[in-house]
Design a protein around this ligand. Sequence first.
Ligand code: FE2
Length: 261
Amino acid sequence: MFVYYGRLVGGNISVRYLILSDIHANITAFNTVLDVVRGKWDKAVCLGDLVGYGPDPNEVIERVRELDAVTIRGNHDKAVTGLTNPEEFNPVAHAAVLWTRERIQPGNLEYLEKLPKGPVRASTFSIVHGAVYDEDEYVFGPEQAADGLLGAPTPVVFFGHTHIQGGFTLRGHDVATLQTRPAFPNESTTIKLARGMAYLLNPGSIGQPRDGDTRAAFAIADLENDSVEFWRVPYDVQDVQKRMTEAGLPEPLILRLSFGR
Ligand SMILES: [Fe+2]
């Protein structure tokens, strides 16, 4: 069967990719995002960490599966499946992994176990969870971004793991930091990509932002038109906090959603 994605814009076929990362079992944030962007995207990708921290691991996995998103694994997905030892996590993250293991449905656990490791190519760009060379490494600054930018499999790579919306560019040998976060109350800001440059871009985290902005973060990429939109969408933080309390998840994980840290 031939599956067609995309839309005709000015004589060119354009495919708008919804770029999701670090949903972390927060179905309240995820559902709000999907409602806001309904009709605005053609194909979805997910950069890992579907589970961990939040109260809704099964609901989030099932929604990602429904979207038929090109998905790779994150470090929390690996810890829940036992691919890595969760004792290497901090105590609250470890507790959330054990909580998730007790509640995850067998079919959803099997789905997580089969998720590939990045980098995975999706159309003209690539996706990784952490760094290009190490799925578990955090890329916080331009020095850490340089190796990935120089050795990237495609000119544009999307990464997650830090939960910080933003990115890095490479022109020649110069690496620079991109400011991408839409200022409140704007919901999105668009960057135009230049040919001949390399980009390492982080859509931010849907379920547990850590850049001081409590709004759910994600991106929409339209690379045929050299544009990437960075989005922030407010959601009902108290609703998910209430369910986390009822579920007995650790208090620091509940409180941090109020601060986006
Ligand atoms: Fe994460």
